[in-house]
Design a protein around this ligand. Sequence first.
Ligand SMILES: [Zn+2]
Length: 348
Amino acid sequence: MPFDPADPLDRYSRQIRFPSLGEAGQRKLMRSRVTICGCGALGTVLANHLARAGVGFLRIVDRDFIETHNLQRQILFDETDVADNLPKAEAAARKLRAINGEVTVEPVVTDIDHTNILDLVGDADLILDGTDNFETRYLINDAAVKLGKPWIFGGVIGSEGQTMTIRPGQTPCLRCLIEDSPPPGMTPTCETAGVLGPAVAIIASFEAVEAIKLLTGALDALNKELIMIDIWDWAFRRLKIASLLGKVDCPCCKQRKFEWLDGAMGSHTTTLCGRNAVQIASRRPEPLNFVEMADRLKSAGEVRHNAFMLRFGTEGYEFTVFPDGRAIIKGTNDIAKARTLYAQFVGS
Ligand SMILES: [Zn+2]
């Protein structure tokens, strides 16, 4: 079938020609809504694939700003974004709109926690894991099981990666597999073990193709296993997990106890692993006035701000403050010290 270049579907002609997707599948993608949790290495690859594939609505949620050491693997960002002090969600949205103007992209600069996750995923057909920590994954798992929404888990460290597709009621959930989150500091992180860009791209691409299958209704083609790869050693393992469904006494999908969503599990102030930084969580009803704040702080240190964040350096600490009051304080791993600094310079 010849495509007319003026036809809005022409840009998708090469995937429409793929028989298992077809025009009907394309139209489903264009009507779909996806929330991508985290827009770092996994999230940028996920968002890139889905925007190009024409998924109609993408909500990109990320708490962080871009640093030069992200550019090795976070494919939507460049040196200009670092210089412009852009939050990842905002920089990603700008790039994605330039890639495909047909797609609606909603950037949300926030830390995903039990108070906001239902709002962030409630209207989505699918939730994608682009996070870097188990705490947020258990929270996504709780929200997905509670709402009966599919989500796709993905994780990468070093040259190793894992992924699993979770459909509540149809497949085991994350807690069926690993009941409790490993305590912080007990597992390697990208900061301690490093991470290879291609390993991330492969796992995120697995997640993206599963997303396309789920959104177009190709449920028979979905991955029903836990996939584990090591691209350095060429190891590829597929763990059969389907039989866990209903067999284990899962607190989440069997007992329907949503401990992460209820706030019983998980912390509020987070030490950002290996970064010598602490995040102070906050959610103010009114956005901070950066102009006033900069004026107040300029005698104490160096201040810069744009619409998305305020940077302030003093006494060897670097503050990055977001409009909702959340702050990342670099230069310490001591939570008490970070709280004191926050009260001192940002205010309580
Ligand atoms: Zn379960």
